[in-house]
Ligand binder design. Structure first.
Ligand SMILES: *[C@@H]1O[C@H](CO)[C@@H](O)[C@H](O)[C@H]1NC(C)=O
Ligand SMILES: *[C@@H]1O[C@H](CO)[C@@H](O)[C@H](O)[C@H]1NC(C)=O
Ligand SMILES: [Zn+2]
Length: 377
């Protein structure tokens, strides 16, 4: 898989000592716990926020899906997550990192209305690992921000981003750690220098006040190798092996410092029946535990900002059942012949509440406007 190859290339680059970005700017100072206090600042560490004990701490689980949502993987999502509940009686939440190609914006609208978190995974689907590469941050921001604008524009409305915060990407979940797995590293802010190991070629060294990092804590696969995304792990070939692997990795967190456990994957991984069944069985096991909560990234960070013990977790407002109003979708199917896409091949795109754009929307023309009559909403 190309993604995997690029990822490996970056690890090799790291090993051969590439220069960290931000050398033009001052490096962030070391974190001082007396200067860096919740809710807006947290030093990178292995300590449970708020000084809670593990047994007082809800075990959070992040389930995320990368790439386009389409009619097929939506069926998998619906059977996997729609009818599961956290111990407080509210639906579990997933986070979707969307890219544009073959994305069905009408289905995104549905996932949003069900309370799931919608995040940007870039328009053209470069890898997460590119994010921090030195000279490319501007270009990357544009890809991420423009993808976000497209989701907002084509999936329903300006109010979709209550769950994605304001205009900035206030969190990042693309930075794997291999060294801080057991005990795991908790989320932290980039006000000060991070202690997290840099496995991805280059990592931030400047201060980005208030920006949260949710470390992607590596799993250990069946061959004993670390892997950040489930799809890059060797999970074995049977549903039992998949289940056992996920469960043994989960237990490092659950029986340890209860750092959030992340299951990050591309939907294509679920096409394998053994993957799907092992994963499903693993989720079945989680949702019967009364101290495990499957939450979105934003919900996790709300907890970290205001660490709440299990004894009062049922009243923790950010984890309560949804109150956000649904955004209606009047669906429109837009068909493009080869001359109206940048790829020389056809595309079909489903959107909500808008007229079909003239061109298939893409990088540098996210509204798909006709160059002879350029147009921006
Ligand atoms: C999951 O997706 C695959 C491939 O698209 C499909 O064959 C399968 O029926 C789906 N499973 C469920 C439970 O929706
Ligand atoms: C997008 O999803 C909707 C809702 O399921 C479906 O009716 C539509 O055909 C899908 N569009 C495409 C292009 O697959
Ligand atoms: Zn992807």
């Amino acid at each position: 898989m190309a993604w995997y190859a690029i990822f490996l290339a970056l690890i090799v680059a790291a090993a051969s000592g590439s220069v960290l970005p931000g050398t033009r700017q001052k490096a962030a100072p070391y974190c001082d716990v007396n200067q860096c206090a919740l809710p807006d600042c947290l030093c990178s560490s292995l300590e449970i926020p708020g000084g809670l004990l593990p047994e007082e701490t809800p075990q959070t689980v992040l389930i995320t899906y990368d790439d386009a949502v389409n009619v097929l993987n939506y069926l998998n999502y619906s059977s996997l997550i729609f009818n599961r509940y956290n111990p407080n009686g509210c639906n579990i939440k997933a986070t979707y990192f969307l890219s544009h190609e073959y994305n069905n914006y009408s289905l995104v609208n549905d996932l949003y209305n069900r309370g799931h978190e919608i995040a940007s995974h870039s328009i053209t689907h470069r890898t997460n690992q590119d994010f921090w590469l030195a000279d490319d941050v501007e270009h990357w921001d544009k890809e991420m921000a423009d993808m976000r604008t497209m989701i907002e524009y084509f999936a329903g409305g300006d109010s979709m981003w209550t769950s994605l915060s304001n205009n900035n990407f206030e969190w990042d979940c693309s930075w794997p750690t291999r060294n801080y797995v057991d005990p795991g590293m908790w989320p932290y802010t980039l006000d000060y220098l991070s202690q997290q190991d840099c496995q991805i070629g280059s990592c931030p060294v400047q201060s980005y006040p208030g920006k949260w990092v949710v470390p992607m804590i590596d799993l250990t696969d069946i061959s004993g190798n670390p892997c950040a995304m489930v799809d890059t792990c060797n999970v074995g070939t049977t549903a039992d092996e998949v289940y056992n692997l996920l469960n043994s990795n989960f237990e490092k967190h659950y029986l340890g410092n209860r750092a959030p456990f992340g299951l990050y994957l591309h939907a294509a991984w679920l096409l394998d029946t053994n993957h799907l069944n092992g994963y499903k069985r693993f989720l079945d096991g989680l949702t019967v535990k009364d101290d495990v909560y499957i939450v979105s990234v934003s919900q996790l960070l709300e907890w970290v900002k205001s660490p709440t013990p299990l004894s009062s977790i049922e009243n923790f407002v950010p984890w309560q059942c949804d109150t956000v109003p649904s955004i209606p979708c009047a669906e429109r199917r837009c068909a493009y012949d080869a001359a109206h896409t940048p790829f020389g091949s056809e595309r079909i795109m489903s959107i909500c509440n808008k007229a079909c754009p003239f061109f298939y929307p893409w990088y540098d023309n996210i509204y798909g406007s006709n160059p002879s009559t350029p147009w921006v909403p």
